[in-house]
Design a protein around this ligand. Structure first.
Ligand SMILES: Cc1cc2nc3c(=O)[nH]c(=O)nc-3n(C[C@H](O)[C@H](O)[C@H](O)COP(=O)(O)OP(=O)(O)OC[C@H]3O[C@@H](n4cnc5c(N)ncnc54)[C@H](O)[C@@H]3O)c2cc1C
Length: 314
């Protein structure tokens, strides 16, 4: 039987793809396989089996830190073994790189950065932002095998199901054509905005770098992560890792609170899937209000301290 094959190096993202993959596999009369590579693969495989994967291709060899070509070769081997006609990979930084490589090895077409994937009349249709976020392109893959790299949090994790998937061991990874000559830790702080349940986003409404402490206080009071528009990162007021949007993180938090952010499309593509959006802006015509569930038209220098005081009194 042909399969849908699912992979992500991130456990939650893999479970999201398994949930949707299981639904489509049932509709298309396919099996559902998953791949788990690297340390902790056996444990991850049990979770994927409990969520409905029929077969899990497992290798607990040391994949972490291996060049992408090695990981892609292992995934392509799993896809061939599964007879996969659809490969779903989470479109993380690593996943995007793997998607193209796996597709090349399988002679498949590939769409990455997919922010919506739907099954329409038996065909998977991918939505991705085009022209700098100004429009959405709808794309189908016409090759027999199709690889989609789908943004994390596009789908929800499903409930566990009855039944146990079969574990299929994968051979040890092939030698890489790439020789790693050194590694350096990335400078600056590491932040994963995609994992944050609440985010406070700050923009050019803040008149000075020091004033960002107001944003930090608000984020702390809300137990939220602080993020920013690209403009503030361009000023080097905050690191690039905190940009939300086309050039930064695409997130799906429970709450996004935009403060002094105009809401240009290149920013909002990173937050438009938030469950609840609120905004503080002096300009009642600011585009962010078209997206927001709640808005305060007002000066952040008055509104933010009042919000922080209220939150701290609760
Ligand atoms: C190819 C490309 C990629 C891009 N990628 C990204 C991206 O990934 N992320 C991103 O964010 N941007 C991105 N941009 C930039 C984007 O187009 C906008 O320029 C940027 O998001 C605007 O940032 P801002 O909202 O901080 O500033 P502005 O647009 O200047 O908005 C500032 C807002 O603050 C309000 N304000 C002013 N004073 C106050 C006050 N005292 N109290 C409350 N509100 C106040 C104003 O009314 C205004 O609405 C990209 C642009 C391009 C061309």
């Amino acid at each position: 039987m042909a399969d849908i094959l699912v992979y992500s190096e991130k456990a939650d993202a893999a479970l999201e793809l398994v949930a949707k993959g299981r639904e489509w596999a049932a509709e298309l009369g396919l099996g559902l396989s998953a791949a788990c590579l690297g340390a902790g693969a056996a444990e991850a495989a049990s979770a994927l089996a409990a969520h409905g994967a029929d077969r899990i291709f497992v290798s607990d060899a040391a994949f972490d830190g291996l060049p992408a070509d090695t990981v892609a070769a292992a995934l392509a081997a799993a896809a061939a073994e599964a007879g996969a006609t659809v490969v779903l990979i989470a479109s993380t930084r690593r996943g995007k790189e793997l998607g193209g490589r796996v597709a090349q090895k399988l002679g498949a077409g590939c769409v990455s950065d997919v922010n919506a994937l739907t099954l329409e009349h038996g065909e998977l249709v991918a939505d991705r932002y085009a022209y700098g976020g100004a429009t959405v392109a709808r794309e189908v893959i016409t090759t027999a095998v199709k690889v989609f790299a789908v943004m994390p949090k596009t789908f929800a994790v499903g409930d566990p199901v009855a039944g146990a998937g079969a574990v299929v061991p994968l051979p040890a990874p092939a030698a890489s054509a790439v020789r790693v000559v050194g590694r350096r830790a990335k400078e600056g702080e590491a932040v994963d905005l995609t994992a944050a349940p609440r985010i406070v986003g700050v923009g050019r409404g803040f008149a000075a770098r020091d004033d960002l402490r107001l944003g930090t206080e608000l984020a702390d009071a809300l137990h939220a992560e602080l993020a920013c528009t690209k403009s503030l990162a361009d000023f080097e007021w905050l690191p690039e890792s905190r940009i939300l949007g086309l050039s930064g993180a695409k997130t799906k938090p429970d709450l996004y609170l935009a403060v002094g952010v105009s809401g240009q499309i290149q920013h909002t593509v990173g937050v438009s899937s938030a469950r609840l959006i609120a905004a503080v802006n002096t300009d009642k015509e600011a585009p962010i209000f078209a997206l927001a569930d709640y808005g305060i038209v007002g000066d952040l220098y008055a509104v933010v301290p009042a919000l922080v005081a209220k939150l701290q009194s609760l």
